[in-house]
Design a protein around this ligand. Structure first.
Ligand SMILES: [Zn+2]
Length: 309
């Protein structure tokens, strides 16, 4: 009798599971709700994967573009590197072949040039010197490096906008002008034609951004250069300009020595001085000498006012 009961009970249970009724009913319902989720998952995954597929498909199409069309500057750099890359310099110094050191004139004119070397060589400004030039309306050519520009952006734009001053290029990082890394005063020169082009051109573009044109005159950091490097500068449209009168020896001379050096200047001389050392005696010597030079009948001019030699 007991056995018959259990058989009947098991049969009933089996029937209720098969028909989906009875005490286990809620479970299939939950599954029915969860049921649509699995098909949704691949849709989500497809949405994530789709842009990735598009990105990887688009990447090879976009990437070669800049390589395929080099800029005119890049083409010129490639051409100059190809023409001068294997040439060996014969000269090294401040007055190698092709470097300009004087104005080509017999008129009583003197060109004052002021270097702003920047970086470890001084990124400050001799304000007293600049104020004196402004007050006395003395024109000058200012050779500024990229590091000095970066340290004095507002003053640089101001000076660049003043007609009294002409901005010239003193190199991006104030390095000697070399095609093989030769050093001067412990500063390593540019190591290749390509490095030299960057040293001149990248600072030329900084200056162009403020003045509207690339500077024509370039003075290497330390004023040292080799003869191949001078030709490379020429290919970039630059004249390498050094000096005929040493005015302050890197802003190290005392007032009296600066004064005497300036009083030696004559017709067509280019004087090298510094505007980046406010503690130097350069301004003091200058203030004593320039009125005397004016009394002697000399005028002060910018480099661009005369041809150079
Ligand atoms: Zn310098």
């Amino acid at each position: 009798m007991k056995t018959a009961f259990w058989v009947a009970a098991l049969l009933l249970l089996a029937l209720s599971v098969a028909s989906g009724s009875g005490p286990v009913q809620p479970a299939p319902k939950e599954e029915a709700i969860r049921e649509p989720a699995p098909p949704a998952a691949p849709v989500v995954r497809r949405k994530i994967r789709y842009p990735e597929e598009r990105a990887t498909a688009a990447a090879p199409a976009r990437a070669p573009e800049p390589r395929a069309t080099p800029s005119p500057e890049q083409l010129r750099k490639q051409r100059i590197v190809a023409a001068y890359g294997n040439k060996t310099p014969r000269e090294w110094g401040e007055r190698v072949e092709g470097v300009r050191t004087r104005l080509d004139t017999t008129e009583p004119v003197i060109a004052l040039t002021f270097d702003a070397c920047g970086g470890p060589r001084g990124s400050r400004t001799d304000r007293a010197l600049i104020e004196y030039l402004r007050k006395e309306k003395i024109p000058a050519t200012l050779f500024v490096s990229g590091s000095w520009i970066d340290a004095n952006p507002a003053l640089f734009r101001q000076l660049a906008a003043e007609p009294l001053f002409e901005i010239a290029n003193h190199g991006l990082s104030h390095r000697p002008c070399s095609v093989n890394g030769r050093s001067a005063y412990g500063i390593r020169g540019t190591g290749s034609v390509g490095e030299l082009i960057d040293e001149i051109e990248k600072n030329g573009r900084k200056i162009e951004a403020a003045t509207g044109s690339k500077p024509k005159f370039y003075r290497p950091g330390t004023a040292y250069c080799d003869d191949v490097a001078v030709k490379v500068a020429g290919e970039l449209g630059c004249e390498v300009v050094n000096y005929s009168v040493l005015g302050d020896a890197g802003a190290t001379w005392p007032r009296e020595k600066v004064r005497l050096a300036l009083l030696e200047a004559g017709h067509g001389d280019i004087v090298i001085l510094h505007m980046n050392q406010p503690r130097s005696r350069t301004a003091a010597g200058l203030m004593e000498a320039l009125p005397l030079l004016r009394e002697k009948g000399f005028r002060f001019v910018k480099l661009s006012e005369y041809p150079l030699r």
